[in-house]
Design a protein around this ligand. Sequence first.
Ligand code: ADP
Length: 188
Amino acid sequence: MDLLLLGPPGAGKGTQGARLAEHLGLPKFATGDLLRDAVRRGTPLGLKARAVMEAGQLVSDEIILGVVRDELAKPAASRGVIFDGVVRTIPQAKGVEALLAELGRRMDHVLFFDVPDEELLARLERRRTLESRADDDPDAVAVRLKAYREQTAPVLDWYEQRGEVLRVDAVGSIEDIATRVHEALGIS
Ligand code: ADP
């Protein structure tokens, strides 16, 4: 099963995605984690992505589709992948669709994590103080939310037209949200 987790920064995709990956026995793939790791290690990918990420902007579709292609080529990805925040622009949605189609697969479900703006800002501020992520500083957060609204929100409509979107109210305890995720997917 291929599953996309979609939602604004701070919506809890990573937390729920990790639980779901364990529950379903599928690998979780988060472009944000992969890029942050590349920046930390100073790899060529990291050197390319660093300034863009720290400013809160989106790295290029070409880079993202390259890393998705690499991920899908891994044996561990053969039964499906939980894509955590991987698709953030319409060209990425189309590109990932084409890469999956090469394997005879499609995005089976899109889970949209729904959180009001005030709650998001409070969560991101909390995370900034706990994790000191360079891209959680207030200016970068504002840029990320803008990038989300302008470039990623249309992706939701794109998938909605294909009827693949499951909406989850992502306000509440981690346990409550996990229960809603399972209900949406119809798994126990
Ligand atoms: P968040 O969901 O809070 O934005 P992530 O850890 O998922 O955080 O991503 C961190 C940063 O990595 C993003 O702000 C962006 O610069 C980059 N990034 C991650 N995934 C993508 C993607 N699919 N397209 C473009 N940029 C991405």
